[in-house]
Design a protein around this ligand. Sequence first.
Ligand SMILES: *Cc1c(COP(=O)(O)O)cnc(C)c1O
Length: 218
Amino acid sequence: MYFCIYMGIKENLLVLNDELPKNVTLVAVSKTKPVNDLLEAYDAGHRIFGENKIQEMVLKFEALPKDIQWHMIGHVQTNKVKYMAPFVSTIHAVDSIKLIKEIQKQALKNKRIIKCLIQIRIAQEETKFGLPKEELNVFLNAASKFPNIKIIGLMGMASFTKDKDRIRDEFKDLSSLFKNHNDLEILSMGMSGDYLIAIEEGSNMIRIGSKVFGDRVS
Ligand SMILES: *Cc1c(COP(=O)(O)O)cnc(C)c1O
């Protein structure tokens, strides 16, 4: 886990926002953190939060001001899409047509268009999640047929390793795929431990948890 000196949420956000290029959107990953921590970030002016569990995101949505943009960054179970469909702004880890179909169904029910990112498998380590990059074109073509879904970009996670060259190579891979698709706007890559590399390689949306809220216990 990434180690950082905990200064306070407001200060962490100030430092980060100061450091980030203007074109990079910061998703503050608030998973496992109490509502009061999110409120502190909100009071500091932050409006974009990321969660990885649907039930937890729903509870926080209900408790907090309604001008927050909620990003679902975790793996999504199809049967739970309905709980977040009324309010979720962007779903980051879409990697199956089965999931796309369910998001379409629930978005339509709520008369909404839900933004989605396609998760691409870039890590060399074994992982179940993410689409192999070779399948992206076919997937994009299929996904374009669903009117209540807007595919806005790609998302990826690098291997959990200290090897910075390997992380950079994996980000480079995703970035070149992204650059081949002019219609996609968002490249979501980079977490607390690797966001600087991600930005150097072209990321324009980073998902930062511990560097904003402090280390997680769980
Ligand atoms: C938890 C999580 C993050 C943030 O992790 P940190 O290392 O705390 O910044 C980013 N992306 C995903 C998908 C996550 O699950």
